[in-house]
Design a binder for this molecule. Structure first.
Ligand code: 13P
Length: 248
């Protein structure tokens, strides 16, 4: 089994019911893409979106879940609740959650375990800050984040890893192809040592992916897709990225 190609859209805290038309437009423009397509809208939109795009092959995901299965955790969502309304995936450990909510890699691993128990694919996000890159620490930071964020029981079927350099998110700046290749090669080698099917884990790049740079990024070894923020909000932007990955 080779890693499955995945074009994933992270809507972050953007979009209302009116935005669901964009996903319908995406499905109409790309009825049979040559890759998996995933939209992770704000959680309140998962259920209405699942009804609107039923049978169109687009997968849905959450942007976070709690490590516990249920209980007194006001404002949080359990993995099983996401699954119940139609999610197949959940993004975990995004740098915005690590920064805004103090999430550590150990917390991310606990959340990933909960996601797996609920039958969700965990998309575990890793990435260095600009200061860490400037200090030459990128590979050490990524290796340490992977080691601590990957839960026991992770497999290629239930886990996706997304490399998102913090300084590339929402900035329009992207690493060079060599910089992306170096990190993805490290991830592939490390996963190969940790998991029996580590060669098959899908590795996504994220950070200012857009139609104009998608094909170049998808040609990099061990890049199996993208986690896309801003350019996933409109079908006119996300569609060409899906097409570029399908053709890669
Ligand atoms: P942008 O594509 O907007 O840079 O965001 C990337 C991201 O954080 C996806 O999770």
């Amino acid at each position: 089994m080779a890693p499955r190609k995945l074009a994933a859209g992270n809507w972050k805290m953007n979009g209302t019911l009116a935005a669901l038309a964009e996903v319908e437009a995406l499905a109409e423009a790309h009825p049979a893409p040559g890759c998996d397509v995933l939209i992770c809208p704000p959680a309140v939109l998962i259920h209405p979106l699942s009804a609107r795009i039923e049978g169109r092959g687009i997968k849905l995901g959450g942007q976070d879940c709690h490590a516990k299965a249920s209980g007194a955790h006001t404002g949080d969502l359990a993995a099983a609740q996401l699954a119940d309304v139609g999610a197949s995936h959940v993004i975990l450990g995004h740098s915005e959650r690590r920064a805004d909510h103090g999430e550590t890699s150990e917390m991310v691993a606990a959340k990933a375990r909960a996601a797996h128990e609920a039958g969700l694919v965990a998309i575990i996000c890793l990435g260095e800050t600009e200061a860490q890159r400037d200090a030459g620490e990128t590979l050490d930071v990524i290796a340490a984040q992977l080691a601590a964020s990957l839960p026991e029981g992770a497999t290629a079927a239930n886990t996706v890893i997304a490399y998102e350099p913090v300084w590339a998110i929402g900035t329009g700046r992207t690493p060079t192809t060599e910089q992306i290749a170096e990190v993805h090669a490290l991830l592939r080698a490390d996963l190969g040592k940790r998991l029996s099917d580590g060669a098959d884990v899908a590795l996504l790049y994220g950070g200012s992916v857009k139609p104009s740079n998608a094909a170049e990024i998808f040609a990099i070894p061990h890049v199996n897709g993208a986690l896309v923020g801003g350019a996933s909000l409109k079908a006119a932007d996300f569609g060409p990225i899906v097409a570029a990955l399908s053709a890669a």
